[in-house]
Design a protein around this ligand. Structure first.
Ligand code: ADP
Ligand code: MG
Length: 256
């Protein structure tokens, strides 16, 4: 059974980021409980990806605070945020296509341990067992020796999830995990994510366009529009909210 705990894992307070004169994320505040599966939704341009870039240190916030437990993340570089417990998957093409699936995970494990340079010297003996355990976990146990490039699109996603798990995240961030996927692949990818998140008692923060995926996975949903939080609630609350329907039809103007 998945447990949503009472303590907060993430507190986002008044976070803003502008590009030139345009404010992409505008005073965003929300909190996430430990163990929760939270969706961030909103039409294109709402600021979801920018928000995730601020949370993971890829972009620096102009203002605001992001607490992971007691720890302030704003101002930390991405690798420090990763070692604090926040991993993002499916974002970069961080797979080395000519290395084996196992070697890819070994590289990620060595990087997570701060041993990036070590791998090239010693015949891939390090972190081998741990890499295999993670590959079993994501369903790639039998693919360990194959070059990563040989795997299907869906299985490459599973590798990327394994790479994120190498950092032992408490909070897993996914920006549109099923973008570009056919329905069967979408279902399989989300089932894998939900299983791994539950087994590791992780917290999940994800954006997604596919409302079936959102309503099937999220405990709570935060709706963004024009860089701000429009509303937040349970899937049932959000589904019934007239303002949410309006922003998806493009008729709302909540800028004040
Ligand atoms: P979403 O992920 O919700 O579609 P984004 O965070 O990608 O939204 O973008 C929010 C707004 O910020 C968009 O209008 C986008 O054009 C703008 N934006 C994002 N990144 C940059 C950037 N590096 N420079 C200028 N504008 C940006
Ligand atoms: Mg986006």
């Amino acid at each position: 059974m998945r447990m949503i705990r009472t303590e907060l894992i993430l507190e986002v307070r008044d976070v803003s980021r502008s590009f030139g004169g345009f404010t992409a994320v505008d005073g965003v505040s929300f909190t996430v409980a430990a163990g929760e599966q939270r969706a961030i939704i909103g039409p294109n341009g709402a600021g979801k990806t920018t928000l995730f870039n601020l949370l993971t240190g890829l972009l620096r916030a102009d203002a605001g605070s992001v607490l992971l437990g007691e720890r302030e993340l704003i101002g930390l570089p991405p690798h420090r945020i990763a070692s604090a417990g926040v991993s993002r998957a499916f974002q970069t093409t961080s797979i080395f296509p000519r290395l084996s699936v196992r070697q890819n995970v070994q590289v990620a494990l060595l990087a997570a341990a701060g041993l990036t340079r070590r791998v090239w010297g010693d015949g891939w003996s390090q972190k081998r067992d741990e890499a295999e355990r993670i590959l079993e976990e994501v369903g790639l146990g039998t693919n360990a020796d194959q070059p990563a490039s040989m795997l299907s699109h869906g299985d490459q996603r599973a590798i990327e999830l394994a790479l994120a798990l190498a950092h032992r995240p408490q909070l897993l961030i996914l920006d549109e995990p099923t973008a570009g996927m056919a329905p069967a692949e979408t279902a399989a990818t989300m089932a894998l994510i939900r299983r791994v998140v539950a087994e590791r008692s992780m917290t999940l923060l994800f954006s997604e366009h596919d409302m079936e995926v959102v309503f099937g996975t999220a405990d709570r949903i935060t709706v963004m529009h024009q860089g701000r939080v429009l509303t937040e609630g349970t899937p049932a609350d959000v589904r019934g909210d007239a303002r949410v329907q309006e922003v998806y039809l493009g008729t709302a103007d909540v800028a004040s």
